[in-house]
Design a protein around this ligand. Structure first.
Ligand code: ADP
Ligand code: ASP
Ligand code: MG
Length: 465
């Protein structure tokens, strides 16, 4: 009988140094005794940030600084390799060849003083390309045969550099063709998270934190029994533990709750990872790599019965853009034109609200997109602004979105008043409330300075029942 297959993904903190890589290898070795295993590796903690910092330095012409960052990365990975070799007695060495390509890419950016999204993705890809071979070597040295696999040979995406979407029809057969023979030979493939390639063969990335999505995509393609996401907290908590230290572990979370929580800022899982899991009906299990015995969180079709709000999340770094004007009532298709404009720019509208009086439209977009969104909307509505039908396009930042999430909110009376009561008692002013949001979430915008207070007040109110 074929053994069940599981995908195990390790985040950056869980691969922070040689000791942690060895711990990840032990967890993989233990899993592979009872199931077939495919591993996914993130970059070592902080490495992607270092790479993007080096890209930024190169763009500004600071090539020497960028090259120093490359040397620091070489040193960090070489040290980890030699410590793994010492601990296991195995033949583990660091292959620095990819770093020559990295230096060439950075030199090109410095020369042109121009950094395209395409080259940014190439530069960002080196973290996973360096970490996956180390994890594979550690696993082999501990006695479980393993092989590093570059995900660019498996996953084909669109060309949206920086946040590409996988084309499953093209990718799934490749994943099966390449990984199943290894698995059948008893070799654990250790796949680079986060990175993929475009149809033209250029390196793409799935967005920051995208290794979770790599794991879910592989799990779906391989018909895995589960996808385990190993991280540095016990699982999905009722709030970000850095804001609410006494946040509770949620042992069961529904796909829908997970989608809402991660869309609205719960960093523990990359939002797009939920989609392949839902499509294939595969549970996502979040576990603590530093406390593997703890139960963790299982995300599946069935959450937990119960009433009310289960979690509070927040997204910082937003901008509130509003269109006001008494004449808006008479203008057809305003919302469609607003969405058409943002779609043309490729700006994602995280939240949208239209007052029933039709005198105001508000949208929340990432702060980084503030200027070009305002300019494009001013252009789109230039005639209405001239005639006075629209007063103007106003923008405010920094703004945060706060969300209360729970399947049991549906059909529970009085949730909204409880939520806004708690926020008001904390002295926080609510700027906009989302309209037409799903029934298992209430989301609203506050000033960034009020984000933490709003999350804490809401969490305290929901804990009190
Ligand atoms: P990894 O490197 O393992 O991918 P991440 O930093 O991406 O780890 O995600 C884990 C972190 O997510 C935790 O350390 C925690 O601080 C943060 N986090 C934010 N919101 C939540 C939440 N609701 N539940 C659990 N963790 C959360
Ligand atoms: N290394 C990438 C990042 O830091 C992807 C990941 O860790 O999931 O965003
Ligand atoms: Mg992560």
């Amino acid at each position: 009988m074929r053994r069940k297959l599981a995908v195990h993904k390790f985040g950056g903190t869980s691969l922070g140094d040689a000791e942690r890589i060895l711990r990840a290898a032990s967890l993989l070795a233990a899993a592979s005794r009872t199931e077939s295993v495919v591993a996914v590796a993130s970059a070592m903690g902080g490495v992607t940030d270092t790479l993007l910092g080096a890209a930024h330095d190169a763009e500004r012409g600071r090539l020497a600084q960028a090259k120093r960052a490359v040397e620091a990365l070489r040193e960090r990975h070489a040290t980890a390799a030699s410590e793994i070799a010492r601990a296991t007695g195995g033949d583990v060495s660091f292959d620095g060849k990819p770093l020559a390509e990295l230096t060439t890419a950075l030199s090109g950016v410095a020369l042109l003083r121009e950094r395209t999204p395409r080259v940014t993705d190439l530069i960002a890809s080196f973290g996973e390309r360096l970490s996956a071979p180390l994890l594979a070597a550690a696993l082999s040295a501990k006695g479980t045969p393993a092989q590093a696999v570059d995900a660019r040979t498996l996953l084909v995406t669109d060309e949206k550099h920086g946040a590409a979407t996988c084309e499953r029809k093209r990718s799934d057969p490749r994943v099966r063709r390449k990984l199943l023979p290894l698995v059948e030979q008893g070799v654990v493939p250790v796949v680079t998270g986060f990175i993929a390639r475009s149809p033209q063969g250029e390196t793409t990335t799935l967005g920051r934190s995208g290794s979770d999505t790599t794991a879910a995509l592989l799990g779906a393609a391989l018909g895995a029994a589960r996808v385990v996401i190993w991280t540095d907290v016990d699982g999905v908590l009722s709030a970000d533990p850095r804001i609410v230290p006494d946040a509770r572990l949620l042992t069961k979370v529904s796909y829908r709750e997970a989608a809402e929580m991660t869309y609205f800022g719960a960093k523990v899982l990359h939002f797009p990872a939920v989609l392949p899991a839902i499509a294939a009906g595969i549970p996502l299990v979040i576990k603590n790599s530093f406390a593997a015995g703890r139960p963790g969180t299982t995300i599946s079709a069935r959450g937990e019965a119960g009433k009310g709000v289960r979690a509070v999340t927040a997204v910082p770094g937003m901008c509130l853009i509003s269109l006001d004007g008494k004449g808006m009532m008479g203008i057809p298709g305003i919302a469609a034109r607003v969405f058409g404009t943002t779609a043309r720019l490729g700006v994602s509208v995280v939240m949208f609200s239209q007052a029933s009086s039709e005198q105001n439209i508000a949208l929340l977009v990432p702060e980084a997109d503030r200027r070009r969104t305002v300019e494009a909307l001013e252009h789109e509505f230039r005639f209405e602004r001239l005639t006075g039908a629209i007063d103007g396009v106003a923008a405010r930042s920094p703004i945060a979105i706060v969300a209360a999430v729970g399947d049991g909110m549906r059909g529970t009376v009085g949730i909204a008043s409880k939520v806004f009561d708690a926020v008001a008692r904390a002295g926080v002013n609510v700027e906009v409330i989302a309209q037409g949001s799903s029934e298992c979430n209430i989301s609203f915008a506050v000033e960034e300075k009020d984000r933490v207070a709003a999350v804490r007040a809401l969490h305290a109110a929901l804990s009190a029942g």
